[in-house]
Design a protein around this ligand. Structure first.
Ligand code: RP5
Length: 181
């Protein structure tokens, strides 16, 4: 069983018109340059049929946009924010400082330090302002979305079922033995 095929099937089966439904998950990133990484989160949310929105919000270049986004997040009904940033990655932490909506941070791979700077910037939050930090890069972005789905699934049995299907496909997709193509 191919996990990608299962994702595609789930996507096809998703009946909701995401644009007409208020978003439950916000995917934000510090720069357009983060999109090749953060689109992995979008792919999972689309496949799982989770209403979401995608925005560029920079802690450094658009601080007012960041504050406005974070301040409105809870009242707008967002249940999780996935925030990706690279380098001096303040975005997830600043969002977490301004909203009680759970923030999942994705360290984007940086040119200078391959994302280690991003990771440490995001993971080393002081006590009291948590950011759930994922792995560097695309895997982290996809996992952030899966974690958001799991959080939503605690109160959404239909979504829980879809997550179970995906996990089963993933398990069944692992061969007993390796093969030469
Ligand atoms: C961060 O700086 C962004 O999240 C991005 O990862 C990094 C580089 O941004 P650009 O210079 O490519 O716009 O704020």
């Amino acid at each position: 069983v191919d996990t990608d095929e299962t994702l595609e099937t789930l996507e096809e089966e998703a009946t909701l018109a995401a644009e007409e439904v208020p978003p439950l998950v916000g995917v934000v990133m510090g720069s357009q340059s983060d999109w090749p990484t953060m689109s992995a989160a979008r792919d999972v949310l689309v496949a799982m049929g989770v209403p979401h929105e995608i925005r560029i919000v920079s802690a450094h270049r658009t601080p007012d946009r960041l504050f406005a986004y974070a301040e409105a997040a809870a009242d707008r009904g967002l249940r999780a924010i996935i925030a990706g940033a690279g380098g001096a990655a303040h975005l997830p932490g600043m969002l977490a400082a301004k909203t009680r909506v759970p923030v999942l941070g994705v360290p984007v791979r940086s040119k200078a330090l391959s994302g280690l700077d991003s990771l440490l910037s995001i993971v080393q939050m002081p006590r009291g302002v948590p950011v759930g930090t994922l792995a560097i890069g695309e895997a982290g972005a996809a996992n952030a979305a899966l974690l958001a789905v799991a959080m939503l699934a605690t109160t959404d049995p239909e979504l829980a079922e879809r997550l179970e299907i995906l996990r089963e496909a993933q398990t069944e997709g692992v061969a007993e033995e390796p093969h030469d193509d």
